[in-house]
Write a protein that binds this ligand. Structure first.
Ligand code: GTP
Ligand code: MG
Length: 311
């Protein structure tokens, strides 16, 4: 996938490039910060925790520096197999990243990471603690994050607001300084390595988070079944999987009213992303307990660690 402007980005001798992981508790603002850093709505954002379930890759190439951001699911205490897959997706990148951004929601309590996660973080090649939601946090809360960051990691946190956009340019410059000299890892016009159909399914999930309550959005997985690239409007057929017939009934609504609203909302998000008209054909199917089923999770594209131990 490529970006539609053609900003000049140097690919000459002294370019820098590398992977930058965004990790932290659910709801800390990881996806918001990545969208800010790449200046594009790539990763879905909602007020609810555990929105991001898989890694989302966003690429920013400018001024001879290519940053390949990896947004991750929150570092959760796993309660079922989907959580284990999410935690795996988040921790696996810490090891490989050139720079790890550890996000903390400064307006909330300090995170308590498991010893395994803490060890991974302290072994990161280059770690930055990011105190996010600066706009929301009280001075005493910001001080708490500073003390926490000094005690745990011996680091001064970077104070930013992903929502207001403050501190972002300074942070980007600091990340650039920490990346190794390297040729670009992706073509400089690319904004992600993930296919458009991945982002389509994410925008359907984001719309579902905005329309439905309680466990319903968490019970949803979305798979694009058909994507007619050359049609106009762009034709997309997708299936929404839920765990129970009652959830299916909620998503469809009285006389199909709810799924119509969901389709309209998701279509607008997808149209903004692809920059053209879209025909979105949504279907709903029940797959009992898919969040606990290793085969289903793999079918939906999750990497499941040791599935036989968790069935
Ligand atoms: N006030 C304020 N809100 C923010 C800021 N950054 C993010 N938020 C809000 O915090 C909520 C969570 O943001 P996300 O970007 O989805 O957080 P996340 O860490 O990706 O969450 P998960 O994917 O669930 O782990 C959303 O309602 C955001 O609008 C910030 O700097 N200030
Ligand atoms: Mg997220």
């Amino acid at each position: 996938m490529t970006r539609d402007d053609d900003s000049p980005a140097g690919t000459s001798a002294a370019t820098r490039a590398g992977y930058v992981a965004l990790v932290g508790y659910p709801n800390a603002g990881k996806s918001s910060l990545m969208n800010r850093l790449v200046e594009q709505k790539l990763s879905i954002v909602t007020p609810l925790a555990q929105t991001t379930r898989e890694r989302v890759l966003g690429i920013d190439s400018r001024d001879g520096v290519q940053m390949v951001f990896i947004d991750t699911p929150g570092l959760v205490e796993p309660r079922y197999l989907l959580h284990r897959a999410m935690l795996y997706a988040a921790t696996e990148v810490i090891d490989d990243a050139d720079v790890v951004l550890l996000l903390v929601d400064a307006a909330a309590g300090m995170p308590e990471f498991s010893p395994d996660v803490l060890r991974l973080l302290t072994l990161a090649k280059s770690l930055l603690v990011i105190s996010n939601k600066h706009d929301l946090a009280k001075p005493a809360q910001l001080e708490t994050v500073r003390n926490w960051s000094r005690e745990r990691f011996g680091l001064e946190p970077w104070e930013v607001s992903a929502l207001a956009g403050t501190g972002i340019d300074e942070l980007r410059a600091e990340i650039a300084r920490r990346l190794p000299e390297s040729p670009f890892l992706f073509p400089e016009d690319d904004i992600s390595s993930q296919p458009v159909r991945f982002f389509v399914s994410e925008f359907v999930r984001e719309a579902a988070f905005e329309l439905f309550e309680k466990e319903v959005p968490y019970s949803i997985a979305v798979k694009v079944d058909e994507f007619r690239e050359n049609s106009s409007p762009l034709y997309i057929r997708a299936t929404i999987y839920v765990e129970r017939p009652t959830q299916k009934a909620i998503i469809i609504g009285q006389g199909g009213a709810a799924i119509k609203r969901l389709g309209q909302s998701a279509r607008l998000k997808i149209e903004e992303f692809v920059g053209g008209p879209v025909y979105l054909d949504l279907w709903v199917k029940v797959v009992p307990r898919w969040r606990k089923d290793p085969l289903q999770l793999q079918r939906f594209g999750f990497s499941v660690p040791n599935p036989e131990k968790n069935a």
